[in-house]
Design a protein around this ligand. Structure first.
Ligand code: SPQ
Length: 431
């Protein structure tokens, strides 16, 4: 993957309206639920990023008819029984969500499958999912005792369990929920911290039952789901790049309509407000079960803050771009309790600290986060995405305010979640 891009700083500020693409987490889940439900599921505003395309490709290999018509994804599901033993290996590409949620679905299916992914997936920990699924009675093997891909899964009859999540992870929670839907009995999951709840919402949308109260989730087993129509809201994790761009660039204002505002995902709004950003959230409505609204951010005077604790799961994917934001805030920003960043597409603490330093940032890594001193002018340099879409987009946003051009190596990693990112970014440049 050699895709270098020369990025020039903006001269006159950023201005405009960007409708960011569909939410990645919700797009994955819509394909998965459409594939296990009975009937025709229609998905609107599906994210055509590489990760979600990997999910579609895996379910096609599992025998599900999925096609794209008039910009909609149409899935013909026949319930759980519609999934058939694949004759080919299931390739999840770069997608952790595909890997882990797929494992949960396959745990209850009476056949054998093999999951592989790219070099990044091969380094991401899977025992966090393998272990609870084994407790349900599924047979899983993989490198290092089931920690790493390739993974071999033989599913079948499974029994409900009660399980306390050792890490705050929506992917682990979702994998157990998806297995629990097929198990004998009621599966109980205890969540130490609230994580994104798109899986729970979508079960209800597809006519299923799930109870969630005070961090305890109960999933009755042997459930059948019914196909439905899904409208995917804009991805707040993609919108975050433009929120930060507007806040740190002089003479700028960016409006972002139709952005998903699920309370488990809006930590970035809290951070921007606490740092003193000029931000407005309006036109809030509920689209199906997900809140949606319009966010407007303008050039802002920012102050450093501390970001830690329960807030971390609500902004985990935004922390690289929040680190950039903090370089333009007066004072010190401390990010704690974010060790999960080390097991994403890259070690995102090392990646962002190394790359922002090359641009002149005053930033240091800690055991569980970062410390950033601002406000620091940024200069040109050659930087690298480390093959991680969120690192790539953060560095592209940084290049808007550098004093010279930035060369971004491996920029194509961005296609994982936002293939039209550069077109949208350049549309904001004022002449
Ligand atoms: O799918 P993947 O590769 O894990 O994607 C990332 C991302 O930055 O897009 C993380 F690397 O998002 C995860 C997120 O960090 C998507 C996700 C989900 O859809 O359930 C949950 C989070 O991961 P986790 O491990 O905290 O559950």
């Amino acid at each position: 993957m050699q895709s270098d891009k020369i990025l020039n700083p903006v001269k006159n500020g950023l201005c405009g309206v960007i409708e960011v693409p569909g939410d990645k987490s919700i797009s994955h889940r819509a394909v998965m639920f459409g594939s296990i439900a009975s009937g025709k599921t229609i998905i609107h505003n599906f994210l055509k990023g590489e990760d979600c395309i990997s999910t579609v490709s895996c379910f096609k290999k599992l025998g599900i008819k999925i096609e794209e018509k008039n910009n909609q994804i149409i899935i013909e599901g026949s319930g759980w029984e519609g999934l058939k033993e694949p004759s080919e290996i299931l390739d999840v590409g770069n997608s952790g969500t595909t890997t882990r949620l797929l494992m949960g679905i396959l745990a209850g299916r009476p056949f054998h499958s093999i999951i592989i992914g790219d070099d990044s997936i091969a380094k991401r920990p899977m025992k966090r999912v393998t272990e609870p699924l084994r407790k349900l009675g599924c047979t899983i093997d993989g490198r290092d005792g089931g920690e790493y891909t390739p993974l071999s899964i033989r599913g079948g009859e499974i029994e409900a369990i009660s399980y306390t999540l050792p890490v705050a992870s929506a992917q682990v929670k979702s994998a157990i929920i998806l297995a629990g839907l097929q198990a004998n009995g009621v599966t109980t999951i205890i969540e130490p911290m609230k994580t994104r709840d798109h899986t729970e919402k979508m079960i209800r949308q597809f006519g299923g039952t799930i109870h969630s109260e005070d961090g305890v989730i109960k999933v009755p087993g042997k459930q059948s789901l019914m196909a439905t129509e899904v409208y995917v809201p804009g991805d707040i994790s993609s919108a975050a790049f433009f929120m930060v761009a507007a806040a740190i660039t002089p003479n700028s204002s960016i409006k972002l309509p139709n952005v998903g505002l699920n309370p488990t995902r809006i930590g970035i709004l809290d951070v921007l407000k606490r740092m003193g950003a000029c931000i407005k959230v309006e036109e809030i409505r509920t689209s199906q079960m997900e809140p949606v609204g319009t966010i407007t951010v303008e050039t802002s005077e920012l102050e450093g803050i501390e970001i830690s604790g329960d807030l971390i799961p609500a902004l985990i994917d935004e922390l690289p771009v929040i680190a950039l934001l903090a370089t333009q805030a007066k004072g010190t920003t401390i990010i704690r309790d974010a060790e999960e960043l080390k097991v994403k597409e890259t070690n995102r603490i090392d990646a962002i600290v190394n790359e922002l330093k090359k641009l002149g940032a005053d930033i240091e890594a800690t055991e569980d986060g970062m410390i950033i001193h601002g406000k620091t002018p940024l200069h040109g340099a050659t930087v690298d995405s480390w093959g991680d879409h969120r690192i790539g987009m953060t560095l592209a946003i940084a290049s808007i305010i550098t004093s010279e051009s930035v060369v971004l190596n491996h920029s194509s990693a961005i296609n994982v979640s936002y293939p039209s990112f550069f077109d949208d970014l350049y549309s904001l440049f004022k002449l």
